[in-house]
Design a protein around this ligand. Structure first.
Ligand code: MN
Length: 253
């Protein structure tokens, strides 16, 4: 099995090493193509106005000065010169659940794999208020990742879908099981702008996340992580809102 792996945290990210170790439990044929720098929050963007620079770091290991989407296109079309059997994207530092899915470069790496006709899985490791960004429990994804990916592949990934896997903020042996979930929604508006002052007293702005408490909906990715379970969400690329389509179609005749 030929596996292409990418991420959005960049080629030097710890989570990429975790993912490579997961991939190597599944196959010896693993190629890494990852962004030179942290691309978190770039979603499914691609570079159309700048050249892409490719840097070979070692055997089967490349960095692209671009987005996760660029990396997957370069990996499939240029480096491997053919379809791999699997694209894995991650392991992201932090969960990608609910509306995060629309911002996430990690998810987008898997989206692009899906668009290129390859079964694709995004993987993210949650951290919590006590562990924090730097105390993140990578060992959770590392311990459970290969078995989860293997089982998803056995079940099959439909050709217009990708699979979003999130590992909870728990030690591997404290995980409370696996939940197959819906994409959730936080019942709070997510983004804010914070004004700060630079060294010359001029304003600059920083995007911040509302961290209000919210009630995770039943059966959602949010709920699974809150319960300490591994969350598996199959996502469709087709975003059509069918009930509204039907209503508009009737009204527009
Ligand atoms: Mn990221």
């Amino acid at each position: 099995m030929r596996i292409l792996i990418t991420n959005d945290d960049g080629v030097h990210a710890e989570g990429l090493d975790v993912l490579e170790a997961i991939a190597r439990q599944l196959s010896d044929d693993v190629t890494v193509v990852a962004p030179e720098t942290d691309q978190s929050g770039v979603a499914h963007s691609m570079s159309l106005n700048d050249p892409l620079r490719l840097r070979k770091l070692g055997e089967g290991r490349y960095a692209v000065r671009g987005t996760p989407t660029d990396c997957v296109i370069m990996g499939v079309r240029h480096i491997l010169k053919g379809k791999p059997d699997l694209v894995l994207s991650g392991v992201n530092r932090g969960s990608n659940v609910a509306e995060d899915v629309t911002y996430s470069g990690t998810i987008a790496g898997a989206m692009e794999g899906t668009l290129l006709g390859v079964p694709s899985i995004a993987l993210s490791q949650a951290f919590g208020p006590t562990t924090g960004r730097m105390g993140i429990l990578w060992e959770c994804a590392a311990a459970h990742g290969a078995a989860i990916v293997r089982k998803i592949l056995d079940l099959g990934v439909p050709k217009d879908s990708l699979v979003n896997v999130n590992f909870p903020d728990r030690k591997p042996d404290e995980v409370a099981g696996v939940a197959v979930t819906f994409q959730g929604k936080r019942d709070t508006e997510l983004m804010n702008v914070e004004e700060r002052r630079d060294g010359r007293g001029l304003p600059y702005y920083w995007l911040t996340f509302n961290r209000n408490r919210f009630e995770p909906g039943t059966g959602t990715d949010l709920e699974a992580l809150a319960q300490g379970r591994i969350s598996i969400t199959p996502l469709r690329l087709d975003l059509t809102d069918e009930p509204t389509l039907t209503r508009y179609a009737a009204a527009f005749g």
